[in-house]
Write a protein that binds this ligand. Structure first.
Ligand SMILES: Cc1cc2nc3c(=O)[nH]c(=O)nc-3n(C[C@H](O)[C@H](O)[C@H](O)COP(=O)(O)OP(=O)(O)OC[C@H]3O[C@@H](n4cnc5c(N)ncnc54)[C@H](O)[C@@H]3O)c2cc1C
Length: 388
């Protein structure tokens, strides 16, 4: 057992961190407070090969590993929290499921612009009546000639305002096995992107309405029976979410540490008050533990036949990272007082940002349910007995 990065991994992490410190640190506060997706950062990362790090070279990726992707997101988000979202969008989000299961033709159509930092793909999974109970989704596909007609509504999609293509979970037939996914392109007839609403993390998202949208065969990603595959791909998204949570928590921790060394009250630096020292000890304990669970999940994935992280490793990592990131950000705001609460600091952004990940893509409660299933080696159906 070895808890150190390899020499190449260390060099990779250090080089990205160096870039982040010289190019991204200065605008970090402005980026955090802005609503817009940082397209300029996306172009820069594309030029550095940081979009598609773990994708095969034949698909335009860098042929690296999931561990490399985790290192990249951490190196960036620890310095500029908002820019971590760009690494997520180009490596861990719906793009990862897309690369795993798309045909060569689909990849040729959509990947070049996404990997060039010029376009985004957004995930349409959640619905008004299907959040945690995602398999209850009602968005439906009915056969029509050489394709299908898509009807339904999707909510809460990250990058739903900016995306050019949407990976939409939809139902070809009844039950979990009836679920698959299709690619819906902006501008398709019957597809409406609703008015953007503002959310606590500073993002704006739109509701997506599908009114008899014709989906040609070439836009089907996974047909009937595809749900399990989608969720395996989604575990990578969850690790990206975990990596950002712990890195954003680390960013807040570092801010608070610097502040505690220079800010004096009662004639002494804050760092000399035991009441605050213990906060730092608890933050370090939670962040370090979460970082280890995250790396374990990413390293173990390398031995899996499909290269994807296991559900149990992922659930443990995400739960630990989400809680640690939020805990650290919350304590950082407290330690920094009024400054931490102000938009002059990224601490408040870290708090708002880490809060959302406790709900997104497997809430803390759903993750605990999943972990318990692993412990007892059986499934606990959340529905009441007798309910369909
Ligand atoms: C930051 C953020 C980003 C998101 N990005 C996307 C995206 O890109 N695409 C997308 O499709 N969706 C996205 N979502 C939506 C997200 O997936 C849902 O919010 C999530 O699945 C929870 O669903 P819900 O909001 O309907 O809450 P509900 O399912 O109504 O849950 C409400 C509360 O009840 C708890 N709960 C529900 N069932 C159980 C149970 N069986 N046991 C214990 N507790 C339970 C939940 O944990 C939660 O605390 C995002 C959400 C957030 C916050």
């Amino acid at each position: 057992m070895d808890f150190k990065l390899t020499q190449e991994q260390q060099i990779f992490y250090d080089s990205i961190r160096k870039f982040a410190l010289s190019e991204l640190a200065e605008g970090a506060i402005a980026r955090a407070n802005a609503k817009e997706y940082p397209w300029d950062v996306a172009r820069k990362f594309a030029g550095m090969g940081l979009l598609g790090i773990a994708f095969p070279e034949k698909d335009g990726g860098a042929g690296g590993s999931l561990v490399d992707s985790v290192l990249a997101i951490r190196a960036v988000a620890e310095v500029c929290p908002k820019s971590g979202d760009v690494i997520q969008a180009g490596n861990f989000g719906p793009i990862r499921t897309f690369v795993e299961y798309a045909t060569a033709e689909q990849k040729a159509r959509f990947l070049p612009d996404i990997l060039a930092g010029k376009a985004l793909i957004s995930l349409g999974m959640s619905e008004p009546e299907a959040g945690s109970a995602v398999t209850e989704l009602m968005t439906s596909l009915t056969p029509d000639g050489d394709g299908w007609r898509l009807n339904g509504t999707k909510i809460f999609g990250t990058n739903s305002v900016e995306a050019g293509v949407y990976l939409v979970y939809a139902r070809f037939g009844p039950g979990t096995n009836g679920i698959g996914s299709v690619l819906v392109e902006r501008g398709m007839e019957g597809f409406t992107i609703g008015k953007a609403s503002d959310f606590m993390n500073g993002e704006s998202w739109s509701t997506l309405f599908f009114d008899n949208v014709f989906i040609p065969k070439k836009n089907v990603l996974l047909g009937e029976g595809g749900f399990k595959k989608q969720i395996s791909g989604f575990n990578v998204e969850r690790l990206g979410n975990s990596a950002r949570a712990v890195a954003v928590g680390r960013h807040a921790f570092n801010l608070a540490r610097e502040h505690a060394l220079v800010r004096k009250q009662f004639g002494r630096p804050l760092a000399e008050f035991q009441g605050l020292q213990w906060k730092f000890a608890d933050m370090e304990l939670k962040l370090s533990g979460a970082e280890l669970l995250l790396m374990r999940a990413a390293v173990n994935a390398q031995d899996a036949p499909n290269g994807l992280p296991s559900a149990q490793d992922t659930a443990l990592a995400k739960l630990a990272c989400n809680e640690a990131g939020f805990f650290a950000a919350n304590e950082a705001v407290q330690i920094m007082g009024g400054l931490g609460f102000s938009e002059e600091s990224t601490a408040q952004y870290c708090l708002r940002r880490t809060r959302g990940w406790m709900i997104a893509g497997g809430s803390l409660e759903i993750l605990r349910n999943r972990i318990a299933e692993g412990i007892f080696e059986r499934r606990f159906d959340q529905r009441r007995r007798g309910d369909k």
